[in-house]
Design a protein around this ligand. Structure first.
Ligand code: UD1
Ligand code: CA
Length: 461
């Protein structure tokens, strides 16, 4: 069993994000920055998670949904102080290593975290900081090394000399520490007014300074340089958030394409991390696919289609469709302009045409609902033909009722089916009928007033 754990720093306010909630809860491709950071940790060799909350801690805890331990940092006194709040958690893993991550750096990946852990254990390091070389290091802590490339310390932007400011290797804010060594060093960490005699007035404890303390004790400290500098990127405002979204969006689309999914143009296509799509399926522009959606092979999805938490089969075409919490089986054509709502099951070889809404209903094999219909709370058999304008009248003002349609039923145009009502197998309804009573098998139901002709009515009026 692994003894490693992770502490995620998520207490900061992030003023520039201008959010009513917490910055770490802003989303990158449908998932909060915080959840993405936790995912990166869990995919590597980590057993236990502790999140340091502070600003909007209630909201952060709600998103975490009791899945992970949290500690409260009630005063925001810096990254070192944030880690101090997790002292008990870290002590419980005293023999293992702790991974510290910034909750606002959601692109951290498992390759980097695992690579750093490998170096950390192989070199028997007390601390290993993850670094990256970037073109514009302004604002980041810089990694200072000696002439042999050995790690010396991290210097923050505001304390960096002119020479140090030229260093392009930066501190990602992610580190592996030996738990026991980190706890001991935190006890001796000075606040910035104590350390920088004439410098800062604001009391802040800098986590990077723990590395200096460990080096003074002759412990091994190293820097693991990632070859993917994207992993250090964070977002301080919504413009940077868009950059992160674009990176993650293309990463997901590329993975889908390499798995055999065709995307002839990526414009407006956003696909969530957990979506599964089969080979030879084509995704067309302006299509958003989220949640636990699974799509089969050789289907065409889009353009202009939004699918949430649904299962879509093989050889199925959704064109301008909204589909939420529903199942659409094989060889189905849907659209354009169709709304498939929760609990709809559209069986094999069904055709749903334009301007149709389906909710909480089963549509049997080979049935057709080609135009302008509302089918709600309905069980429909196979091979039915539902005329344009058919409405299931499922709500009496108080309760919802079901409509049952057998196999091979022909519903004339503009039929209203006032539920609860049953149409037997092979039955017909006349166009324009409002049905309130069941229709037996093989029968025709006519429920409309007869046409009256008044000859020469216009001439004589
Ligand atoms: C920190 C590092 C810097 C590094 C950079 C990488 C320090 C002193 N500096 O700087 O070397 O290059 O990250 O992005 O650590 N947080 C708390 N409580 C606090 C303060 C911060 O939980 O009291 C959390 C924030 O929510 C955030 C993370 O810690 O997730 C980093 O804090 P931030 O203020 O953004 O640190 P930087 O100034 O960016
Ligand atoms: Ca930051």
């Amino acid at each position: 069993m692994s003894l490693n754990c992770t502490v995620i720093l998520a207490a900061g306010e992030g003023t520039r994000m201008k959010t009513l909630s917490s910055k770490v809860l802003t989303k990158v491709v449908f998932k909060s920055m915080l959840e993405r950071t936790i995912d990166a940790a869990l995919k590597s060799d980590v057993e236990d998670v502790c999140v340091v909350t502070g600003h909007k801690s209630e909201e952060v805890r709600k998103v975490l949904d009791d899945k992970y331990e949290t500690v409260l940092q009630s005063e925001l006194l810096g990254t070192g102080h944030a880690v101090m709040q997790a002292r008990d958690f870290i002590s419980r893993h005293a023999d293992g290593n702790v991974l510290i991550l910034n909750g606002d750096a959601p692109l951290m990946d498992v390759e980097t975290v695992s690579g750093a852990l490998k170096m950390h254990t192989e070199s028997s390091n007390s601390a290993t900081v993850i670094s990256a070389s970037i073109d514009n290091p302004f604002g980041y802590g810089r990694i200072v090394r000696d002439e042999n490339g050995k790690f010396l310390r991290i210097v923050e932007q505001k304390h960096a000399s002119e020479e140090e400011q030229k260093i392009c290797e930066i501190n990602s804010g992610a580190y592996w520490f030996k738990c026991g060594d980190l706890i001991a060093a935190l006890d001796t960490l000075l606040s910035s007014p104590e350390k920088y005699a004439h410098g800062d007035k604001k009391v802040e404890y800098y986590l990077p300074e723990v590395l200096e303390i460990l080096m003074e004790e002759n412990k091994n400290v190293g820097a693991f340089t990632t070859d993917n500098p994207d992993v250090v990127l964070g977002a301080n405002d919504r413009v940077q958030l868009l950059e992160l979204n674009e990176i993650v969006r293309h990463k997901i689309l590329n993975a889908q394409m390499l798995n055999g999914v065709s995307i002839p143009c990526t414009d407006g296509i956003i696909i969530g991390d957990d979506v599964v799509i089969g080979k030879d399926t084509e995704i067309l522009p302006n299509t958003i696919i989220r949640g636990k959606t699974v799509i089969g092979e050789n289907s065409v999805i889009g353009p202009n289609t939004v699918i949430d938490d649904s299962t879509i089969g093989n050889n199925t075409h959704l064109d301008n469709v909204k589909c939420n919490c529903a199942t659409v089986c094989d060889n189905v054509t849907v659209g354009p302009f169709v709304n498939i709502r929760p609990n709809a099951v559209v069986s094999d070889s069904v055709h749903i045409g334009n301007f149709v809404e389906i909710k909480n209903s089963n549509i049997g094999n080979g049935s057709k609902v080609p135009h302008l219909s509302y089918i709600g709370d309905t069980d429909m058999g196979s091979k039915c033909n539902i005329g344009g304008g058919t409405i299931t009248v499922n709500y009496d003002g108080k309760k919802k009722h079901r409509t049952t349609i057998g196999n091979d039923v022909f519903v004339g145009c503009n039929t209203k089916l006032v539920a609860p009502v049953k149409l037997g197998n092979h039955s017909y309804t006349a166009a324009g009928s409002t049905l309130t009573e069941d229709v037996p098998e093989d029968s025709l139901a006519i429920a409309r007033s007869r046409q009256v002709i008044k000859v020469n009515w216009n001439k004589n009026k």
